[in-house]
Design a protein around this ligand. Sequence first.
Ligand SMILES: Cc1cc2nc3c(=O)[nH]c(=O)nc-3n(C[C@H](O)[C@H](O)[C@H](O)COP(=O)(O)OP(=O)(O)OC[C@H]3O[C@@H](n4cnc5c(N)ncnc54)[C@H](O)[C@@H]3O)c2cc1C
Length: 418
Amino acid sequence: MATAHASITNWAGNITFAPSHLHRPESVDELRRIVAHSPKIRALGTGHSFSRVADTAHDLVQLDRLPRRVVIDHDASTVTVTGGMRYADLIYLLHQERLALANLASLPHISIAGACSTGTHGSGDTQRCLAASVAGLEVVGPEGDLVELSRDVDGDEFAGSVVALGALGIISKVTLDVQPAYPMAQRVHALVPLDEVASSLDEVFGAAYSVSLFTDWRATGDVWLKRRLDQPETAWDGGRRAGVPMHPVPGMPVELSTDQLDVAGPWHERLPHFRPELTPGAGEELQSEFYLPRAAAPAAFAAIREIADLVAPVIHIAEVRTVRGDDLWLSPAYHRDTVTFHFTWVDDLDVVGPVLAEVEKRLRPLGARPHWGKLTAAGPAEIVAGYERAADFAELMRKRDPEGKFRNAFVDGLFGSL
Ligand SMILES: Cc1cc2nc3c(=O)[nH]c(=O)nc-3n(C[C@H](O)[C@H](O)[C@H](O)COP(=O)(O)OP(=O)(O)OC[C@H]3O[C@@H](n4cnc5c(N)ncnc54)[C@H](O)[C@@H]3O)c2cc1C
Protein backbone atom coordinates (compact mmCIF):
# COMPACT_ATOMS: atom_id res chain seq x y z
CA MET A 1 0.00 0.00 0.00
CA ALA A 2 1.42 3.41 -0.94
CA THR A 3 0.50 6.82 0.38
CA ALA A 4 1.39 9.76 -1.87
CA HIS A 5 3.30 12.73 -0.45
CA ALA A 6 3.17 11.39 3.07
CA SER A 7 4.65 13.60 5.76
CA ILE A 8 5.81 11.84 8.91
CA THR A 9 8.32 12.60 11.62
CA ASN A 10 10.89 10.62 13.56
CA TRP A 11 10.30 9.75 17.23
CA ALA A 12 11.89 12.96 18.48
CA GLY A 13 10.09 15.17 15.95
CA ASN A 14 13.32 16.89 14.89
CA ILE A 15 13.10 15.36 11.41
CA THR A 16 10.12 15.51 9.07
CA PHE A 17 10.30 12.92 6.33
CA ALA A 18 8.79 14.03 3.06
CA PRO A 19 9.07 11.00 0.79
CA SER A 20 7.36 10.95 -2.58
CA HIS A 21 5.51 7.83 -1.42
CA LEU A 22 5.30 5.88 1.82
CA HIS A 23 4.89 2.14 1.22
CA ARG A 24 3.76 -0.39 3.82
CA PRO A 25 3.83 -3.75 2.01
CA GLU A 26 1.88 -6.67 3.42
CA SER A 27 4.10 -9.40 1.96
CA VAL A 28 7.73 -9.85 0.94
CA ASP A 29 6.59 -10.31 -2.68
CA GLU A 30 4.86 -6.92 -2.54
CA LEU A 31 8.04 -5.43 -1.03
CA ARG A 32 10.10 -6.94 -3.87
CA ARG A 33 7.78 -5.44 -6.49
CA ILE A 34 7.91 -2.01 -4.82
CA VAL A 35 11.73 -2.07 -4.75
CA ALA A 36 11.99 -3.32 -8.35
CA HIS A 37 9.79 -0.47 -9.61
CA SER A 38 11.22 2.29 -7.46
CA PRO A 39 13.90 4.67 -8.77
CA LYS A 40 15.19 5.27 -5.23
CA ILE A 41 14.04 3.82 -1.94
CA ARG A 42 14.95 3.76 1.78
CA ALA A 43 13.62 1.74 4.69
CA LEU A 44 12.29 3.37 7.84
CA GLY A 45 12.31 1.27 11.02
CA THR A 46 10.60 2.73 14.06
CA GLY A 47 12.10 6.18 13.38
CA HIS A 48 14.10 6.42 16.59
CA SER A 49 17.17 7.95 14.91
CA PHE A 50 17.87 11.64 15.42
CA SER A 51 20.07 11.95 12.32
CA ARG A 52 18.94 11.98 8.67
CA VAL A 53 20.17 8.41 8.21
CA ALA A 54 16.74 7.12 7.10
CA ASP A 55 15.59 10.23 5.24
CA THR A 56 14.73 10.39 1.54
CA ALA A 57 12.83 12.57 -0.91
CA HIS A 58 11.91 9.44 -2.90
CA ASP A 59 10.21 6.21 -1.82
CA LEU A 60 10.18 5.23 1.84
CA VAL A 61 9.14 1.77 2.97
CA GLN A 62 8.08 0.56 6.41
CA LEU A 63 7.91 -3.17 7.10
CA ASP A 64 5.56 -3.04 10.08
CA ARG A 65 2.75 -4.67 8.08
CA LEU A 66 4.74 -7.66 6.87
CA PRO A 67 3.39 -10.90 8.36
CA ARG A 68 5.29 -11.41 11.59
CA ARG A 69 7.31 -14.63 11.42
CA VAL A 70 9.52 -15.99 14.19
CA VAL A 71 11.42 -19.21 13.50
CA ILE A 72 13.58 -20.67 16.24
CA ASP A 73 16.37 -23.07 15.34
CA HIS A 74 17.25 -24.77 18.62
CA ASP A 75 20.18 -26.68 17.11
CA ALA A 76 21.81 -23.58 15.69
CA SER A 77 20.76 -21.40 18.68
CA THR A 78 19.25 -18.76 16.40
CA VAL A 79 15.95 -17.04 15.79
CA THR A 80 14.91 -15.67 12.39
CA VAL A 81 12.43 -12.78 12.36
CA THR A 82 10.72 -10.46 9.89
CA GLY A 83 12.77 -7.33 9.09
CA GLY A 84 10.39 -4.78 10.60
CA MET A 85 9.92 -6.55 13.92
CA ARG A 86 10.76 -4.69 17.15
CA TYR A 87 12.82 -6.11 19.99
CA ALA A 88 9.81 -5.42 22.24
CA ASP A 89 7.77 -7.93 20.20
CA LEU A 90 10.47 -10.59 20.07
CA ILE A 91 11.71 -10.73 23.64
CA TYR A 92 8.49 -12.15 25.14
CA LEU A 93 8.31 -14.87 22.49
CA LEU A 94 11.91 -15.80 23.15
CA HIS A 95 11.40 -15.84 26.88
CA GLN A 96 8.41 -18.18 26.52
CA GLU A 97 10.81 -20.56 24.76
CA ARG A 98 13.33 -20.07 27.63
CA LEU A 99 15.68 -18.26 25.29
CA ALA A 100 17.39 -14.89 25.49
CA LEU A 101 19.40 -12.36 23.53
CA ALA A 102 22.83 -11.38 24.79
CA ASN A 103 21.98 -7.70 25.06
CA LEU A 104 19.39 -4.98 24.49
CA ALA A 105 19.47 -1.20 24.06
CA SER A 106 18.03 1.18 26.64
CA LEU A 107 14.60 0.82 25.12
CA PRO A 108 13.32 -2.22 23.22
CA HIS A 109 10.76 -0.36 21.14
CA ILE A 110 13.19 -0.01 18.22
CA SER A 111 13.11 -2.23 15.14
CA ILE A 112 15.69 -5.00 14.98
CA ALA A 113 16.75 -4.19 11.42
CA GLY A 114 16.94 -0.45 12.11
CA ALA A 115 18.93 -0.85 15.32
CA CYS A 116 21.41 -3.26 13.74
CA SER A 117 21.78 -0.99 10.71
CA THR A 118 23.17 1.82 12.90
CA GLY A 119 25.37 -0.13 15.34
CA THR A 120 23.01 0.42 18.28
CA HIS A 121 24.39 -0.92 21.56
CA GLY A 122 23.53 -1.64 25.16
CA SER A 123 26.22 -1.83 27.82
CA GLY A 124 28.70 -4.35 29.18
CA ASP A 125 32.44 -4.95 29.06
CA THR A 126 31.77 -8.35 27.51
CA GLN A 127 28.84 -7.24 25.36
CA ARG A 128 29.14 -6.25 21.71
CA CYS A 129 26.70 -4.01 19.83
CA LEU A 130 23.33 -5.55 18.92
CA ALA A 131 24.39 -6.08 15.28
CA ALA A 132 27.15 -8.44 16.43
CA SER A 133 24.42 -10.97 17.30
CA VAL A 134 23.27 -11.08 13.67
CA ALA A 135 24.04 -14.48 12.15
CA GLY A 136 22.17 -14.03 8.86
CA LEU A 137 20.25 -11.56 6.72
CA GLU A 138 17.77 -11.72 3.87
CA VAL A 139 17.95 -8.50 1.86
CA VAL A 140 15.81 -7.27 -1.03
CA GLY A 141 18.28 -6.04 -3.67
CA PRO A 142 17.78 -3.33 -6.31
CA GLU A 143 16.01 -5.54 -8.86
CA GLY A 144 13.65 -6.89 -6.21
CA ASP A 145 15.96 -9.90 -5.95
CA LEU A 146 16.41 -11.70 -2.63
CA VAL A 147 19.99 -11.88 -1.32
CA GLU A 148 20.76 -14.33 1.51
CA LEU A 149 23.84 -13.58 3.59
CA SER A 150 25.23 -15.66 6.40
CA ARG A 151 28.02 -15.02 8.90
CA ASP A 152 29.34 -18.54 8.38
CA VAL A 153 29.34 -18.47 4.57
CA ASP A 154 29.87 -14.86 3.54
CA GLY A 155 32.69 -13.90 5.94
CA ASP A 156 34.07 -10.46 5.22
CA GLU A 157 31.20 -9.37 2.93
CA PHE A 158 28.81 -10.28 5.73
CA ALA A 159 30.84 -8.12 8.13
CA GLY A 160 30.31 -5.25 5.69
CA SER A 161 26.58 -5.86 5.35
CA VAL A 162 25.13 -5.77 8.87
CA VAL A 163 25.77 -2.19 10.01
CA ALA A 164 25.00 -0.76 6.57
CA LEU A 165 22.83 2.31 7.20
CA GLY A 166 20.16 0.92 4.88
CA ALA A 167 22.46 1.40 1.89
CA LEU A 168 22.69 -2.21 0.68
CA GLY A 169 18.99 -3.01 0.35
CA ILE A 170 15.89 -3.61 2.43
CA ILE A 171 16.39 -6.22 5.16
CA SER A 172 13.39 -8.54 5.02
CA LYS A 173 14.63 -11.12 7.54
CA VAL A 174 17.20 -11.10 10.33
CA THR A 175 18.68 -14.15 12.06
CA LEU A 176 19.95 -13.52 15.58
CA ASP A 177 22.02 -15.61 18.00
CA VAL A 178 20.10 -16.75 21.06
CA GLN A 179 21.14 -18.41 24.29
CA PRO A 180 19.34 -20.00 27.24
CA ALA A 181 17.27 -17.47 29.22
CA TYR A 182 19.04 -16.06 32.27
CA PRO A 183 17.80 -14.33 35.41
CA MET A 184 18.98 -10.84 36.33
CA ALA A 185 18.67 -8.26 39.07
CA GLN A 186 19.18 -4.53 38.82
CA ARG A 187 20.15 -1.99 41.42
CA VAL A 188 21.26 1.62 41.42
CA HIS A 189 24.25 2.94 43.36
CA ALA A 190 23.27 6.58 43.78
CA LEU A 191 25.42 9.67 44.21
CA VAL A 192 28.74 8.05 43.44
CA PRO A 193 31.38 10.82 43.38
CA LEU A 194 32.70 11.28 39.84
CA ASP A 195 36.23 11.38 41.32
CA GLU A 196 35.65 7.83 42.54
CA VAL A 197 34.32 6.68 39.16
CA ALA A 198 37.25 8.35 37.38
CA SER A 199 39.82 6.65 39.58
CA SER A 200 38.23 3.21 39.31
CA LEU A 201 36.67 3.06 35.83
CA ASP A 202 37.56 -0.62 35.33
CA GLU A 203 36.08 -1.66 38.70
CA VAL A 204 32.87 0.31 38.12
CA PHE A 205 32.26 -0.88 34.54
CA GLY A 206 33.37 -4.40 35.42
CA ALA A 207 31.00 -4.54 38.40
CA ALA A 208 28.16 -6.30 36.52
CA TYR A 209 27.11 -7.83 33.19
CA SER A 210 25.76 -4.46 32.08
CA VAL A 211 26.67 -1.13 33.70
CA SER A 212 25.53 2.42 33.00
CA LEU A 213 26.67 5.63 34.64
CA PHE A 214 24.09 8.44 34.56
CA THR A 215 25.40 11.89 35.42
CA ASP A 216 25.04 15.60 34.71
CA TRP A 217 28.87 15.71 34.82
CA ARG A 218 28.95 18.04 37.82
CA ALA A 219 29.91 16.07 40.92
CA THR A 220 28.22 12.69 41.20
CA GLY A 221 26.57 10.01 39.13
CA ASP A 222 24.20 7.08 39.53
CA VAL A 223 25.63 3.70 38.58
CA TRP A 224 23.03 1.21 37.31
CA LEU A 225 24.21 -2.38 37.78
CA LYS A 226 22.40 -5.11 35.84
CA ARG A 227 23.67 -8.40 37.24
CA ARG A 228 23.23 -11.84 35.75
CA LEU A 229 22.30 -14.07 38.65
CA ASP A 230 24.10 -17.02 37.06
CA GLN A 231 27.39 -15.11 37.30
CA PRO A 232 29.39 -14.22 40.44
CA GLU A 233 28.96 -10.80 42.06
CA THR A 234 31.89 -8.41 42.10
CA ALA A 235 33.23 -6.38 44.99
CA TRP A 236 32.55 -2.80 43.87
CA ASP A 237 30.01 -1.13 46.18
CA GLY A 238 30.35 2.63 45.73
CA GLY A 239 27.85 5.37 46.51
CA ARG A 240 24.61 4.59 48.32
CA ARG A 241 22.39 1.71 47.23
CA ALA A 242 19.13 3.38 46.17
CA GLY A 243 16.19 2.42 48.42
CA VAL A 244 13.52 3.51 45.95
CA PRO A 245 13.16 2.93 42.19
CA MET A 246 14.71 5.54 39.94
CA HIS A 247 14.38 6.87 36.39
CA PRO A 248 17.59 7.61 34.49
CA VAL A 249 16.48 11.25 34.22
CA PRO A 250 15.84 12.81 37.64
CA GLY A 251 12.22 13.84 38.05
CA MET A 252 10.83 11.60 35.29
CA PRO A 253 8.17 8.94 36.10
CA VAL A 254 9.85 5.92 37.68
CA GLU A 255 6.99 3.66 36.48
CA LEU A 256 8.62 3.72 33.03
CA SER A 257 11.85 2.17 34.38
CA THR A 258 12.52 -1.55 34.62
CA ASP A 259 12.45 -3.06 38.13
CA GLN A 260 15.36 -2.29 40.40
CA LEU A 261 16.11 -2.76 44.15
CA ASP A 262 17.88 -6.06 43.34
CA VAL A 263 14.60 -7.88 42.69
CA ALA A 264 15.27 -10.95 40.55
CA GLY A 265 13.54 -11.10 37.17
CA PRO A 266 13.97 -12.28 33.59
CA TRP A 267 16.71 -10.85 31.32
CA HIS A 268 14.30 -8.87 29.12
CA GLU A 269 12.78 -7.05 32.11
CA ARG A 270 16.15 -5.90 33.45
CA LEU A 271 18.50 -5.30 30.49
CA PRO A 272 16.61 -2.30 29.03
CA HIS A 273 16.23 0.80 31.18
CA PHE A 274 12.65 1.23 30.00
CA ARG A 275 9.82 -1.24 30.40
CA PRO A 276 9.10 -3.19 27.23
CA GLU A 277 5.34 -3.27 27.90
CA LEU A 278 4.99 0.52 28.19
CA THR A 279 5.41 2.63 25.10
CA PRO A 280 7.28 5.82 25.92
CA GLY A 281 5.76 8.86 24.24
CA ALA A 282 7.79 11.04 21.90
CA GLY A 283 10.45 12.69 23.98
CA GLU A 284 11.22 16.38 24.14
CA GLU A 285 14.88 15.65 23.70
CA LEU A 286 17.73 15.30 21.23
CA GLN A 287 20.55 12.81 21.52
CA SER A 288 24.24 12.54 20.61
CA GLU A 289 26.66 9.75 21.41
CA PHE A 290 30.35 9.09 20.79
CA TYR A 291 32.18 5.76 20.77
CA LEU A 292 35.77 6.05 22.02
CA PRO A 293 38.54 3.49 22.49
CA ARG A 294 38.21 2.05 25.98
CA ALA A 295 41.79 3.12 26.71
CA ALA A 296 40.75 6.75 26.14
CA ALA A 297 38.07 6.57 28.85
CA PRO A 298 40.06 8.42 31.56
CA ALA A 299 41.04 11.24 29.16
CA ALA A 300 37.51 11.54 27.77
CA PHE A 301 36.06 11.51 31.28
CA ALA A 302 38.39 14.34 32.32
CA ALA A 303 37.69 16.28 29.09
CA ILE A 304 33.93 16.33 29.67
CA ARG A 305 34.25 17.07 33.37
CA GLU A 306 36.25 20.20 32.50
CA ILE A 307 33.20 21.59 30.67
CA ALA A 308 30.57 20.27 33.09
CA ASP A 309 29.23 23.78 33.72
CA LEU A 310 28.66 24.21 29.99
CA VAL A 311 27.10 20.76 29.50
CA ALA A 312 24.89 20.37 32.58
CA PRO A 313 22.40 23.20 31.83
CA VAL A 314 21.59 21.84 28.34
CA ILE A 315 21.17 18.14 29.07
CA HIS A 316 18.45 16.09 30.70
CA ILE A 317 21.13 13.51 31.52
CA ALA A 318 24.34 11.97 30.18
CA GLU A 319 25.21 8.28 30.16
CA VAL A 320 28.50 6.38 29.95
CA ARG A 321 28.50 2.72 28.84
CA THR A 322 30.98 0.16 27.55
CA VAL A 323 30.87 -2.03 24.43
CA ARG A 324 33.14 -4.86 23.40
CA GLY A 325 34.85 -4.54 20.01
CA ASP A 326 33.56 -6.37 16.90
CA ASP A 327 34.48 -6.89 13.26
CA LEU A 328 31.55 -5.19 11.50
CA TRP A 329 33.04 -2.65 9.09
CA LEU A 330 30.77 0.29 9.97
CA SER A 331 30.25 -0.58 13.61
CA PRO A 332 31.46 2.35 15.72
CA ALA A 333 33.02 -0.34 17.95
CA TYR A 334 34.92 -1.83 14.96
CA HIS A 335 38.10 -3.51 16.18
CA ARG A 336 38.22 -1.75 19.51
CA ASP A 337 36.80 -2.21 22.96
CA THR A 338 34.79 0.92 23.48
CA VAL A 339 33.45 3.39 25.99
CA THR A 340 30.46 5.46 24.88
CA PHE A 341 29.59 8.98 25.98
CA HIS A 342 25.91 9.74 25.45
CA PHE A 343 24.09 13.08 25.89
CA THR A 344 20.32 13.47 26.15
CA TRP A 345 20.05 17.12 25.25
CA VAL A 346 17.19 19.54 25.83
CA ASP A 347 15.05 19.93 22.73
CA ASP A 348 16.60 23.16 21.46
CA LEU A 349 19.27 22.86 18.81
CA ASP A 350 20.16 26.57 19.05
CA VAL A 351 21.42 26.20 22.61
CA VAL A 352 22.64 22.62 22.22
CA GLY A 353 24.62 23.19 18.98
CA PRO A 354 27.55 25.18 20.43
CA VAL A 355 27.88 22.80 23.41
CA LEU A 356 27.79 19.76 21.14
CA ALA A 357 30.56 21.33 19.05
CA GLU A 358 32.62 21.90 22.21
CA VAL A 359 32.08 18.30 23.34
CA GLU A 360 33.18 16.99 19.96
CA LYS A 361 36.20 19.30 19.84
CA ARG A 362 37.39 17.51 22.97
CA LEU A 363 36.37 13.95 22.11
CA ARG A 364 37.37 13.82 18.43
CA PRO A 365 41.15 13.92 19.04
CA LEU A 366 40.64 10.95 21.38
CA GLY A 367 39.20 8.89 18.52
CA ALA A 368 35.44 9.54 18.88
CA ARG A 369 33.15 7.92 16.32
CA PRO A 370 29.64 9.47 16.39
CA HIS A 371 26.57 7.23 16.65
CA TRP A 372 25.10 6.91 13.13
CA GLY A 373 21.60 7.53 14.43
CA LYS A 374 22.30 10.57 16.61
CA LEU A 375 23.35 14.20 16.19
CA THR A 376 26.91 15.23 15.48
CA ALA A 377 28.66 18.44 14.52
CA ALA A 378 31.31 16.48 12.58
CA GLY A 379 31.35 16.60 8.78
CA PRO A 380 31.12 13.44 6.65
CA ALA A 381 34.84 13.43 5.76
CA GLU A 382 35.83 13.58 9.42
CA ILE A 383 33.42 10.79 10.26
CA VAL A 384 34.50 8.32 7.58
CA ALA A 385 38.15 9.02 8.41
CA GLY A 386 37.47 7.07 11.61
CA TYR A 387 36.56 3.90 9.66
CA GLU A 388 39.38 1.91 8.09
CA ARG A 389 36.91 -0.12 6.00
CA ALA A 390 35.02 2.94 4.66
CA ALA A 391 36.44 2.56 1.12
CA ASP A 392 35.60 -1.17 1.18
CA PHE A 393 32.04 -0.28 2.15
CA ALA A 394 31.80 2.20 -0.76
CA GLU A 395 33.01 -0.59 -3.07
CA LEU A 396 30.45 -3.01 -1.61
CA MET A 397 27.66 -0.47 -2.24
CA ARG A 398 28.73 -0.16 -5.88
CA LYS A 399 28.82 -3.94 -6.27
CA ARG A 400 25.44 -4.66 -4.67
CA ASP A 401 23.61 -1.52 -5.81
CA PRO A 402 25.38 -0.15 -8.91
CA GLU A 403 22.69 2.47 -9.65
CA GLY A 404 22.56 3.76 -6.08
CA LYS A 405 18.87 2.91 -5.56
CA PHE A 406 19.32 2.60 -1.79
CA ARG A 407 21.49 5.67 -1.24
CA ASN A 408 20.27 8.94 0.23
CA ALA A 409 21.98 12.28 0.85
CA PHE A 410 23.30 11.04 4.22
CA VAL A 411 24.98 7.99 2.66
CA ASP A 412 26.21 9.88 -0.44
CA GLY A 413 27.75 12.55 1.77
CA LEU A 414 29.71 9.92 3.65
CA PHE A 415 30.75 7.46 0.93
CA GLY A 416 29.95 9.15 -2.39
CA SER A 417 33.50 10.34 -3.03
CA LEU A 418 35.34 7.19 -1.86
C1 LIG B 1 14.61 6.99 23.41
C2 LIG B 1 15.73 6.44 22.61
C3 LIG B 1 16.64 5.57 23.21
C4 LIG B 1 17.73 5.06 22.49
N1 LIG B 1 18.59 4.21 23.11
C5 LIG B 1 19.68 3.77 22.45
C6 LIG B 1 20.62 2.89 23.09
O1 LIG B 1 20.43 2.47 24.22
N2 LIG B 1 21.71 2.55 22.40
C7 LIG B 1 21.96 3.00 21.12
O2 LIG B 1 23.01 2.65 20.56
N3 LIG B 1 21.05 3.77 20.48
C8 LIG B 1 19.93 4.15 21.11
N4 LIG B 1 19.02 4.93 20.44
C9 LIG B 1 19.19 5.18 19.01
C10 LIG B 1 18.47 4.10 18.20
O3 LIG B 1 18.67 2.82 18.73
C11 LIG B 1 18.97 4.05 16.75
O4 LIG B 1 18.77 5.28 16.16
C12 LIG B 1 18.26 2.93 15.94
O5 LIG B 1 18.80 2.89 14.64
C13 LIG B 1 16.79 3.12 15.89
O6 LIG B 1 16.17 2.02 15.26
P1 LIG B 1 14.92 2.33 14.29
O7 LIG B 1 14.24 1.06 14.02
O8 LIG B 1 14.12 3.43 14.85
O9 LIG B 1 15.70 2.80 13.00
P2 LIG B 1 15.39 4.05 12.03
O10 LIG B 1 15.79 5.30 12.72
O11 LIG B 1 14.00 3.97 11.53
O12 LIG B 1 16.41 3.74 10.86
C14 LIG B 1 17.79 3.68 11.11
C15 LIG B 1 18.51 3.17 9.88
O13 LIG B 1 18.14 1.80 9.65
C16 LIG B 1 17.72 1.64 8.32
N5 LIG B 1 16.71 0.58 8.31
C17 LIG B 1 15.61 0.46 9.08
N6 LIG B 1 14.94 -0.66 8.77
C18 LIG B 1 15.61 -1.25 7.76
C19 LIG B 1 15.42 -2.42 6.98
N7 LIG B 1 14.38 -3.23 7.16
N8 LIG B 1 16.31 -2.69 5.99
C20 LIG B 1 17.37 -1.89 5.78
N9 LIG B 1 17.61 -0.78 6.49
C21 LIG B 1 16.75 -0.47 7.46
C22 LIG B 1 17.16 3.00 7.92
O14 LIG B 1 17.15 3.16 6.50
C23 LIG B 1 18.16 3.91 8.60
O15 LIG B 1 19.31 4.01 7.78
C24 LIG B 1 17.91 5.43 21.12
C25 LIG B 1 16.99 6.29 20.50
C26 LIG B 1 15.90 6.77 21.24
C27 LIG B 1 14.92 7.68 20.58
